[in-house]
Write a protein that binds this ligand. Structure first.
Ligand code: SF4
Length: 698
């Protein structure tokens, strides 16, 4: 029952816009949404946020555990029956095939408390090293690059409001106008100064913000971002625009980077990226003007098999310009998922323990084990990243039981046909969700869970700022919180360690476990977070007041210096554009979030964007006999996607665009491959060669 207004935040993206949930005045609705003043959104919400309360009343919610019956159909069962079945199957698998035959797959939308508890549950209750999460598909390249350069990874190492006074902002591979529209307010000064530079192969709504003197749209060949960044660094150094005093005082590795970019002269970069020399020089000079310059990367440049090196090249450019940690600029990466930042700090990554600690670090293991009440030696070692974990499903010596939380891998993972085949080989697939997602529909057991407005919790937004989510309404009878489910399963498995069901006490434990780590939350508590205006940026060690701006006095490496890391690029050539062969890029729409499992269940959002449409340039469409709205097939090997075409001048003639929010035959990730970045494990999502043809041609 709703009793009073709840001050909370949106259930979707990493901007975590502040909102108020109130008892609804409308018949048939539970909650009304109001925008709330907060530094990131200033009262604004996008249409996803405004319609988010419809998730609560959706008739498609699951309100009872489901299990397969003898006919193979999912039917309602009691919680005891479902949990006993899961615990029994897990026990058998562990006894017959070892602890690593059971795996956990988490999500970047889970609260800090759930992400933390999931990591603890895997290591303590299951004893498995096999845990990873969908953030591997999201932030892993930028995180790896940040850790390598700065010794620490926080998406934005400064408050978002710092952008308000910037005269130049270069955004690479980010479409905030659709993914997080209230963000645009922070670009106003840069646009006013003509200094917004948007790098995107598509003339996206964000790229259009550069029109009318707002700045510059740069439209490189898909996948050539690394070369573009090397070329810009080359020009900055060649024209003497670099900050030598900063480089000598605050960094190491400049000489190696200088040598590594020396062969990327502008004409060569133009031939590889398609970006004209005069535009390359104009960008470099603008970035070096030094009146508040920020370089921001997003998934478009990070979701590649060279994503870590591309993010590293963006960091190198920022360091060469003397921006990072200065009062007058910086580098940041724009986290996408709601808790993409917190989700990677608390232990659901295969190689990490809470506090952003390495699982191989003996001191970290000892500290976390003491908080968990277990022996350090009992904790498993590092597992494997998400794609490798999914490849091992049902394989010999691979995973036999999989528990999925807050993730819809059948839509969001690369090469979803292979993922689907792996899931089918499992002995047990358990999915915790509030809707029957495409992944849930394949499960042996589905456990219905509470939604954001029905529970307490914390999230860490794209600035590294910790926020309270507050309960606004009781959940339907029959659903349970994930904390309760993990506690029940741990109990049934005879686990050591306590598994609290209360978010507040899990948060207190998380804060203790993080103490002394990079992402130190030990000075925080629910009470400290009750005042929403409190700038609760981590690291927030006990007795401190948090850290809104990082790197002002030094970086997190032992010598306090940032690392410039020389990276290499391979030459890129656009798809042949012969016989219907083009480059596919994937991305998002304003109306949908991630796999669409939630937003496709909001009637207004679904009505506005009911299906995937392949964006194609009219000239390419004419060559291939494709009309606007006609049906097309996109193919890679034996994988096909079927959808409708949308003719658009916003896309390059050698490229097509497909949103990835849809499942079934429209799933863009039927076409992406399980090729990954060797450092971060990030799959190659943003550059796939496909063949397209019209299905309506006689
Ligand atoms: Fe804000 Fe993102 Fe929610 Fe839109 S989806 S209201 S931008 S948090």
């Amino acid at each position: 029952m709703t009793t009073r207004d709840a001050r909370t935040h949106c259930p979707y993206c990493a901007l975590q816009c502040a909102m108020t949930l109130s008892p609804s005045v409308a018949v048939g609705a539970s909650l009304d949404v109001g925008g709330r003043e907060f530094p990131t959104n200033r009262g604004g919400l996008c249409k996803k946020g405004w319609t988010s309360a419809e998730l609560i009343d959706s008739p498609q919610r699951i309100t009872s555990p489901l299990m397969r019956d003898s006919r193979g159909e999912l039917v309602p069962v009691s919680w005891e029956e479902a949990l006993d079945a899961v615990a029994g199957a897990v026990r058998r698998s562990r006894a017959e095939h070892g602890a690593d035959s059971v795996a956990v797959f988490g999500g970047g939308g889970l609260t800090n408390e759930k992400a933390y508890q999931l990591g603890k549950f895997a290591r303590v209750a299951l004893g498995t090293s096999r845990i990873d999460y969908n953030g591997r598909f999201c932030m892993s390249s930028a995180a790896a690059a940040g850790n390598r350069a700065f010794g620490l990874d926080r998406g934005l190492p400064f408050p978002l409001e710092d952008l308000d006074s910037a005269s130049t902002i270069m955004m690479l591979g980010s479409n905030v106008a659709e993914t997080m529209p209230p963000f645009i307010g922070h670009l106003a000064a840069a646009r006013e100064a003509g200094g917004l530079i948007v790098v995107d192969p598509r003339r996206s709504p964000t790229a259009r913000l550069t029109d009318d003197g707002g700045g510059m749209h740069v439209q490189p060949t898909p996948g050539s971002d690394l070369i573009l960044l090397l070329g810009l660094t080359h020009i900055v150094i060649a024209e003497g625009l670099h900050d030598l005093e900063y480089l000598e005082r605050r960094t190491t590795g400049f000489e190696r980077v200088r040598r590594s970019v020396s062969s990327w002269w502008p004409e060569r970069v133009q031939s590889q990226t398609g970006v004209p020399v005069h535009q390359l020089r104009a960008i470099a000079r603008r970035l070096a003007q030094g009146q508040g310059t920020y370089i921001l990367t997003g998934r478009g440049v990070e979701q590649h098999a060279d994503g870590t090196d591309t993010a590293t090249a963006a960091i190198n450019l920022s360091l060469v310009l003397g921006l990072v940690g200065s009062a007058n600029g910086g580098y940041g990466t724009l986290t996408g998922q709601g808790n993409g930042q917190g989700g990677r700090e608390h232990g659901q990554k295969s190689d990490q323990l809470p506090g952003y600690r390495k699982i191989t670090d003996a001191r970290a293991r000892a500290h976390v084990a003491s908080v968990w009440g277990v022996e350090p030696a009992s904790l498993p070692g590092p597992g494997v990243p998400a794609v490798e974990l999914l490849q091992s499903l049902g394989a010999e010596n691979g995973v036999r039981c999989l528990l999925v939380h807050g993730s819809n891998v059948v839509v969001s993972a690369p090469d979803v046909a292979a993922v689907r085949a792996g899931l089918a080989r499992l002995e047990l697939l358990v999915v915790c969700d509030f809707f029957l997602s495409e992944t849930g529909a394949l499960a042996d057991v589905v456990l219905p869970v509470t939604q954001w407005a029905e529970e307490e919790g914390t999230m860490t937004n794209l600035e590294g700022r910790v926020l309270r989510r507050r309960k606004a309404i009781d959940p339907p009878a029959g659903v349970r919180s994930e904390l309760w489910i993990l506690s029940e399963l741990a109990h049934r498995l005879g686990s050591a360690g306590e598994f609290s069901t209360e978010a507040r006490s899990v948060f207190d434990e998380l804060c203790r476990a993080s103490e002394g780590g990079l992402a130190d939350y030990s000075g925080l508590s629910y009470d400290a977070l009750d005042d929403d205006s409190a700038p609760a940026y981590w690291p927030f060690p006990r007795g401190s007041s948090g850290t809104p701006r990082l790197f002002a006095d030094g970086f997190a490496h032992g010598d306090r210096l940032a690392r410039l890391v020389a990276v290499k690029a391979v030459e890129r050539h656009p798809a042949a554009q012969k016989d219907g062969v083009v480059t596919l890029i994937t991305g998002r729409l304003l109306e949908h979030y991630q796999s669409g499992a939630q937003t496709r269940r909001v009637p207004e959002l679904l009505a506005a964007k009911p299906e995937a449409r392949m964006q194609i340039h009219p000239a390419t469409a004419e060559l291939l006999g494709i009309d606007d709205g006609s049906r097309v097939q996109l193919s890679r090997g034996e994988a096909d996607v079927h959808c409708r075409a949308e003719l658009s001048l916003e896309i390059r003639p050698d490229t097509v665009f497909l949103p990835f929010h849809f499942g079934g035959e429209q799933s863009a990730n039927l076409l992406t491959e399980q090729v990954t970045d060797p450092i971060s494990g990030m799959p190659e999502f943003k550059r796939t060669t496909v063949r397209i043809r019209s299905l309506d041609t006689a």
